[in-house]
Design a protein around this ligand. Structure first.
Ligand code: F6R
Length: 368
């Protein structure tokens, strides 16, 4: 049932193009985005004034990414919060607040309680979930299922990519309801997401150098991850994968924060992954990242740079270069995450750990 793979996680990493395609399937009808279950009227969607995205772990990272897309497309303020924090403070919610709860299992205790809290405060709740009929979608006003198929590996991979596009679909649905995006623009964004599946497949087909690098770095104690803009949540996700699977101390940082503390950690030989923005799409951020790479290299870091294939500036400064296909900025995480998943799984395997069942972790966290 592992389909020839040593671990379910490897199979699930390989299934990501399909997970994207299936999650998008049927959600564009006559130029309009449609959800799976919508017990919120179009008028109510149009009247939303604020969006909260609540989730835990990897799903939270998908939530962080959705902020860039939803704010850009709708001009609505979006706050992304860990469900365990959201539920215990006193968030300002009312009838015009849309709370988007992202959960693979649909049973995560903190996310479920966040949903209940939001409903008590009269907010509308939309669930993004991979499990049909789970508690979170049952208690929500609207649902969008990620059709990634069952995810057995404890570390979330294909559901992360599926959650990203699902949350983007919510952004497009909101934009459409509010009139901030026209049918042709929504249609274009949708087709671009569909086309990303092929880019993810190309990425998966070129992972041997990453596996080699991982085997060579498997004995390291600490690995850092830097990103900016949408590369920042990707850095957080890369660090989470490495710590949970390989039990290596790993941290993700916003590259702009380097000078505010993290640069003190840089020492000779420390591996640092850098997720580069597009030199064309995000030229200013790109040049800042090149300077960041130089700063950490000057302090002895061993840089592993994930950047567009023809990003010569990044290639020139990188100690190790991992090329990704050119793709629109908001979709870049779909490809830049792949090498980080593969790196973590390979290091874990090389260290002799069970990639599917990391120590101390459960697939579904139904207790706090
Ligand atoms: C990390 C991971 C966890 C989950 C988190 C939320 O690889 O799998 O961080 O993402 O426990 O779980 P769900 O999405 O089921 O609410």
């Amino acid at each position: 049932e592992k389909g020839g793979y040593d671990y379910f996680m490897l199979k699930e990493i390989a299934e990501q193009p399909e997970a994207l395609t299936n999650t998008l399937l049927g959600h564009l009808r006559d130029g309009r985005i449609v959800l799976d279950e919508q017990r919120i009227s179009d008028d109510d969607l149009r009247d939303v004034t604020k969006v909260f995205v609540v989730a835990c772990g990897t799903a939270y990272h998908a939530g962080l990414l959705s902020k860039y897309a939803i704010e850009h497309w709708t001009r609505l303020p979006v706050e992304v919060e860990l469900a365990s924090e959201f539920r215990y403070r006193d968030p300002v919610l009312d009838r015009s607040t849309l709370v988007v709860a992202i959960s693979q299992s649909g049973e995560t205790a903190d996310t479920l309680e966040a949903v209940r809290h939001a409903k008590d405060q009269n907010a509308r709740v939309l669930a993004i979930c991979n499990t049909n009929g789970a508690q979170i979608p049952r208690e929500s006003d609207a649902v969008l299922y990620t059709h990634a198929g069952p995810e057995i590996g404890v570390a979330s991979t294909k559901c992360f990519l599926a959650q990203i596009v699902a949350a983007y679909l919510v952004g497009l649905a909101l934009a459409q309801a509010r009139g901030t995006k026209f049918t042709d623009e929504v249609t274009r964004e949708f087709y671009e997401m569909e086309a990303a599946a092929a880019a993810v497949q190309d990425m998966l087909d070129s992972m041997e150098p990453v596996r080699e690098l991982a085997r060579h770095m498997a004995d390291r104690d600490t690995v850092l991850f830097l990103g900016r803009h949408v590369g920042y949540p990707v850095a957080l996700e890369g660090a989470l994968k490495l710590k949970e699977l390989a039990y290596i101390h790993a941290e993700g940082f916003a590259a702009g924060e380097l000078k505010h503390g993290p640069i003190a950690l840089i020492e000779s030989g420390l591996p640092v992954f850098v997720v580069m923005p597009s030199p064309e799409g995000r030229a200013v951020l790109h040049s800042k990242m090149v300077s960041n790479i130089r700063e950490i290299q000057a302090r002895g870091a061993e840089t592993i740079v994930i950047a567009e294939t023809d990003d010569e500036a990044a290639r020139a400064v990188a100690d190790h270069f991992i090329p990704i296909p050119r793709i629109s900025t908001l979709l870049q995480p779909l490809v830049s995450t792949i090498p980080l998943q593969v790196f973590a799984a390979t290091v874990a395997d090389e260290r002799g750990y069970d990639v599917d069942k990391p120590r101390n972790l459960a697939k579904s966290v139904t207790v706090e």
